[in-house]
Ligand binder design. Structure first.
Ligand code: ADP
Length: 444
């Protein structure tokens, strides 16, 4: 130790005090040594001088040694403090350590110079380590406080976002509801005009009213999508569950949309591989899911066809697959197209119209139903959307409206391929064509 150490010895016994002083001075350490008799003088000295170590005689403890230790502790004076002459009593040692001393020894004040130096060095080392630990603890505390502050901020922001989302959903629900009424009037009156009940329209007038009707219907679809999305986001969409024949529903939906496919000269085929066609779900919402998938398939397909397949992965889950030979979806867009207002082509000049809400609604509806959607697509080749539904949504009621589902006779009509309209050709297309695509992307 090359530096000069400042040492304070606190002892009311002159001879002991002298022992420590002598020991330290013989130890070839450069040091400045101060001696005081009691705690009061010690505190005064410590406030004036930065000591490197304090030696305190335990015998003082009975008088005011502990007071000194407590005072140093409470006034945050950080000095290595060694208590000498501690009796051989574990409780006392524990009490001293708790009070914040650095080290203690049971030996008397008149220690050999070597032991004194060892004790001094150890005390300084321990003290430095303690200071470091304290510093790290302080830093950790500061970091924890900062994290808590951040968490509180994030929590407050979340509350704001939740409130804003609630307002937005309410706004969307109100606006779309208000828009539906005039839209229904526009659609209704256009239809009356076209029927020619009151007066016959000229060719040009009929053409204009037809456009009003088509645009009105399109607008109503958009408004309905926004309303559904707002309800789903706000968790206010309720399913009207009932038992129905899935195969009938799929066939009638496909038949309804068939003219759109025919207008683009696309084939539209249905294959039913269901052993049991009965399901317990909301038919309106299942139809909505299928209609959305089919209208996308038609919209994004220029040639070839669309195939709908019904199958079951287990007795408790049914699957509807919609395949197309359309433009496909690039891999980087396959995840995000399920987000609201998201389209693969986001450009202003995009070719295909739409809100970008259809798949988000499907995804949200399936979450409510306990179903899943899987996407398989290859850019420029085609897409496969696979919807997996529980046969019974909301597993609790085993019996609905007096009907016991387990008693219902299974309507077996396996591997039946048929067209949705009498004019469509029969086909065995789906599985082969789909497996040629050979890729699978999951969207749980
Ligand atoms: P919208 O059809 O109104 O744009 P959707 O949410 O239904 O919104 O679809 C989001 C996007 O996913 C579409 O804009 C399109 O980029 C892509 N997509 C959906 N279905 C298909 C499909 N069958 N073929 C190719 N792309 C599709």
């Amino acid at each position: 130790m090359e530096e000069t150490l400042k040492i304070l010895v606190v002892d009311d016994d002159e001879s002991d005090c002298l022992g420590v002083s002598l020991g330290l001075t013989q130890s070839h350490i450069y040091l400045e040594l101060d001696k005081v008799r009691d705690a009061e003088h010690a505190v005064y000295a410590i406030q004036k001088t930065d000591y490197d170590c304090i030696f305190l005689n335990y015998r003082l403890v009975d008088k005011d040694g502990l007071t000194l230790i407590h005072k140093l502790h409470s006034s945050e004076i950080k000095v290595p403090l060694v208590v000498l002459n501690v009796p051989q009593n574990e409780e006392i040692a524990v009490e001293l350590m708790r009070a914040g001393i650095t080290d203690y020894t049971m030996q008397s004040m008149s220690l050999s110079p070597e032991i004194l130096v060892q004790t001094l060095r150890r005390a300084i080392r321990i003290h430095r380590a303690q200071m470091q630990v304290e510093l790290v603890n302080k830093q950790l505390t500061r970091q924890r406080q900062e994290m808590e502050r951040q968490q509180q901020y994030i929590h407050a922001q979340n509350l704001k976002i939740l409130a804003a989302t609630g307002l937005k959903s309410q706004f969307l629900a109100t606006i779309s509801h208000e828009l539906r009424t005039p839209m229904n009037a526009i659609i209704g009156f256009s239809q009356i005009l076209l029927r020619g009940k009151f007066s016959q329209l000229t060719h040009q007038q009929a053409d204009m009213v037809e456009r009003i009707l088509a645009n009105g219907q399109h607008l109503l679809t958009l408004v309905n999508e926004i309303l559904d999305f707002a309800k789903l986001e706000a968790g206010k969409l309720e399913l009207n569950l009932e038992i129905f024949d899935l195969s009938n529903l799929v066939n009638s939906t496909v038949a309804e949309i068939y003219p759109e496919a025919a207008a683009k000269k696309l084939s539209l085929l249905v294959q039913n591989d269901l052993k049991n066609t009965l399901v317990f779900n909301d038919p309106v919402r299942v139809r909505q899911i299928l209609t959305n998938l089919l209208s996308n398939a038609i919209k994004f397909t220029e040639s070839g066809g669309i195939w709908v397949e019904m199958t079951e992965t287990s007795p408790n889950s049914v699957v509807i697959i919609v395949r197309d030979t359309g433009i496909g979806i690039p891999p980087q867009d396959q995840e995000r197209i399920f987000e609201a207002f998201c389209q693969a082509d986001q450009s202003m000049t995009r070719k295909y119209p739409g809100t970008g809400l259809g798949l988000a609604i499907i995804h949200a509806l399936l979450r409510v139903m306990g179903g899943k959607i899987f996407l398989e697509s290859q850019f420029g080749v085609g897409s496969v959307f696979q919807v997996e539904l529980p046969r019974q949504v909301n597993l609790t009621p085993s019996s609905v409206g007096g009907l016991d589902l387990s008693q219902i006779d299974f309507n077996v009509n396996s591997n039946r391929v048929f067209s949705a309209t009498p004019n469509l050709p029969q086909s065995n297309y789906p599985s082969t064509q789909a497996s040629q695509m050979g890729y699978l992307k999951l969207k749980p």
